[in-house]
Ligand binder design. Structure first.
Ligand SMILES: NC(=O)c1ccc[n+]([C@@H]2O[C@H](COP(=O)([O-])OP(=O)(O)OC[C@H]3O[C@@H](n4cnc5c(N)ncnc54)[C@H](OP(=O)(O)O)[C@@H]3O)[C@@H](O)[C@H]2O)c1
Length: 264
């Protein structure tokens, strides 16, 4: 398939075959089978969450900018008989966030979980940060939450089962470091937004959880792999556990740290 363009952001691996395969799988699933949108699902933590959710029977809508990675992901899920709608999306753009949510609703008719995971890091002292870098980080890591949540809330509010929004922050949502101004500002903002949203939406049956990982072994921000870092699969497992609760309680904040980081 040719790389999908933004005019046709829905990645149809194998032409109509994937759509038909998804349809058939859907028919066999219960009407109540949950649907989750995961942003930044093309690699790293988002990819691990997508794979774990699909294993657990959740119908996944995967978003990212990289159409080649989305196509490869759609093919992998199809081979494994898992349901996936892959949608090329730049979360910095409100219209693309709205189109992503509308695509999920069109395909599956419901939306139960939204994982706002897409994120980037640009690390430099304030004096050296370009305006374009500041905008990129704040728009990707923070504006996108507003766009995605504003698009998803009407659907979640209208469902008897409500919904769950998981925002992937960072320990940098609470801690500062030199060179981290843009990233920390975006992630502090994410945590504040997440807590406000939680207070606003709990009475509408919508749970909001901020998950704040420390160093995760994904190559994020050009970092080298290291065995002491948290595996992406562990973060995925925590997100799965958080969205699997259906009691009267609400987990609003989770911090995830490497067990044994290098001693300072
Ligand atoms: N790894 C860590 O040490 C660590 C620690 C704490 C928190 N986090 C947070 O965890 C989240 C995931 O990080 P990761 O480690 O998995 O990073 P990663 O491997 O670099 O993956 C980032 C994901 O975000 C997507 N993305 C970036 N910009 C986007 C945009 N404008 N629109 C749509 N998607 C976009 C990328 O997809 P495309 O390139 O296809 O767009 C990719 O799928 C981030 O929010 C990050 O801040 C990571």
């Amino acid at each position: 398939m040719a790389a999908s363009s933004l005019r046709d952001p829905f990645i149809p691996h194998g032409g109509l075959r994937l759509r038909r395969a998804c349809y058939n799988v859907n028919k066999q699933m219960s009407e109540e089978s949950r649907v989750a949108i995961i942003t930044g699902a093309t690699r790293g933590i988002g990819r691990a969450i997508a794979e774990l959710f699909a294993q657990g029977g959740i119908r996944v809508v995967a978003a990212g900018r990289d159409s080649r990675a989305l196509t490869e992901m759609a093919a992998q899920f199809e081979r494994q008989g898992k349901d996936l709608l892959a949608v090329q999306t730049d979360v910095r753009k409100r219209s693309e966030c709205e189109r992503l949510v509308a695509g999920a609703e069109d395909r599956f008719g419901r939306l139960d979980v939204l994982v706002n995971n897409a994120g980037i890091g640009r690390f430099a002292p304030v004096a050296e940060l370009e305006e374009s870098e500041i905008r990129d980080v704040i728009e990707t890591n923070l504006y996108s939450l507003f766009f995605m949540c504003r698009a998803a809330l009407p659907r979640m509010r209208s469902q008897a089962a409500g919904g769950h929004i998981v925002n992937i922050g960072s320990l940098a949502s609470k801690n500062t470091f030199k060179g981290g101004a843009a990233y920390c500002a975006s992630k502090f903002g994410l945590l504040a937004m997440s807590e406000c949203l939680m207070l606003e939406e709990r009475y509408n049956g919508i749970r909001v959880t901020a998950v704040l990982p420390g160093s995760v072994d994904t190559g994020f921000g050009g970092e080298s792999p290291a065995s002491w870092k948290v595996p992406a699969g562990d973060v995925a497992q925590i997100v799965w556990d958080v969205i699997s609760t259906n009691s009267g309680s609400l987990t609003s904040l989770v911090e995830v740290r490497p067990l044994q980081p290098p001693r300072k």
